[in-house]
Design a protein around this ligand. Structure first.
Ligand code: FNR
Length: 355
């Protein structure tokens, strides 16, 4: 008999589970504490009603998306996610190839197991690929941060994503029940050698980034800078005043501060605060094309998808990750068609029924 092929992202999640040890399942699928925020992310998208329009369209909607001065095939990017070598031997290479084949963007995590140069060699020259961005944490060492930024620029990345919402590890109950770490053999080609004993809350916060570091990086960065992990409109305003290229509305997939707001509720507040001064992207709990349409309607210029891509990767490598992205893009086109939207530029808050 043929293997059942997944028809949606939930099917991919089910297939992935069979491939994960309890420790890997806790790390990749878990969230902080009671996972209130992780669940709220998904529920909040689901709860927003789309407002269909009829008798308007006679051709498939176009997904072409302008972002940071260029036009890309799709508004979807793969979120930066650590340690993909724990899930599949092809690791970030598989994810990047899948994204590139589907015209989706790739944000490579600083905690990737594959050197950023190898990923760039694989996909940077591919026609039809999406954006190629590098995510970093500033870990208190400006020399290291700047060296990484320069490596990314030289390799062909188009932007830097500075993640600002996780100066410390969240309180993750699932990980504490199933403690484990990625196999030691996995490479960490972008991480500084850890300062001895930098583990406790105080030590971690002493090396954490502040707004002063953002000012510094913004002035030195060879690439446009986006801040990832913005939820408060006041933080979005500060970021815009400093001239960042973009903000990513994110609660880190509910992995850091439990009971932080869902990204669907934070997004319109941040988009209003940004008021066109920077690109706005969002992630967290996007599991359907309809969710993506709602995100774009609430003011996002692009979206990042996290765990579902890892689910595809875990059970079927690059093909699985590609299929996840394919499903989302097909669903997005269907949703746009049913809302009478010919292209991404036509999407605005009028697509949503006022609540
Ligand atoms: C992440 N995320 C993340 N973010 C980041 O900036 N750097 C990183 O290295 C990681 N690592 C990471 C590992 C794993 C296993 C997960 C699940 C997530 C957060 C990620 O970029 C994104 O914000 C969320 O995953 C989006 O939520 P969904 O789509 O997973 O619900």
């Amino acid at each position: 008999a043929q293997r059942a092929w997944p028809v949606n992202l939930a099917d991919h999640e089910t297939l992935a589970r069979a491939h994960l040890t309890p420790e890997a399942d806790a790390y990749f699928n878990g969230g902080a504490a009671d996972e209130i925020t992780m669940a709220a992310n998904r529920q909040a998208w689901a709860a927003i009603p789309l407002w269909p329009r009829v008798l308007r369209l006679r051709a498939a909607p176009c997904l072409k998306t302008p972002l940071l001065g260029r036009t890309w095939p799709s508004p979807v990017l793969v979120a930066p996610m650590a340690q993909q070598g724990w899930l599949h031997p092809d690791a970030e290479r598989a994810t990047a190839l899948a994204a590139s084949a589907l015209g989706a963007g790739m944000v490579l995590s600083m905690q990737a197991n594959t050197p950023l140069e190898h990923i760039a060699q694989d996909v940077a020259q591919e026609p039809g690929r999406g954006p190629l961005w590098f995510q970093l944490y500033h870990l208190g060492n400006r020399g290291h941060t700047l060296a990484l930024a320069q490596r990314a620029a030289e390799a062909g990345y188009e932007a830097l994503v500075l993640t600002v919402d996780a100066p410390i590890h969240g309180v993750r109950d699932r990980e504490r029940r199933h403690p484990g770490h990625p196999p030691r053999a996995l490479a960490q080609p972008h991480m500084p050698t850890p300062a001895s004993g930098a583990e406790g809350l105080d030590a971690l916060l002493r090396q954490a980034a502040t707004w002063e570091d953002v000012v510094w990086l913004q002035s030195r960065s060879p690439l446009p800078l986006l801040l990832k992990g913005i939820l408060h409109p006041a933080d979005a305003r500060t970021a815009c005043e400093l001239g960042v290229a973009g903000v990513i509305v994110s609660n880190h997939g509910g992995r850091v501060l439990d009971t932080a707001p869902s990204t669907a509720t934070a997004l319109p507040l941040v988009a209003d605060a940004v008021a066109g001064r920077a690109a706005v992207l969002v992630d967290g709990g996007l599991r359907r094309g309809t969710d993506i349409l709602k995100a774009l309607a609430l003011g996002a210029h692009g979206v990042l998808v996290g765990r579902p891509v890892l689910h595809g990767l875990a059970h079927a490598g690059a093909q699985g990750a590609a299929h996840v992205l394919r499903l989302l893009q097909d669903e997005l086109m269907a949703a746009m068609a049913l809302c009478g939207l010919a292209d991404i530029a036509a999407i605005d808050r009028a697509c949503l029924q006022p609540q």
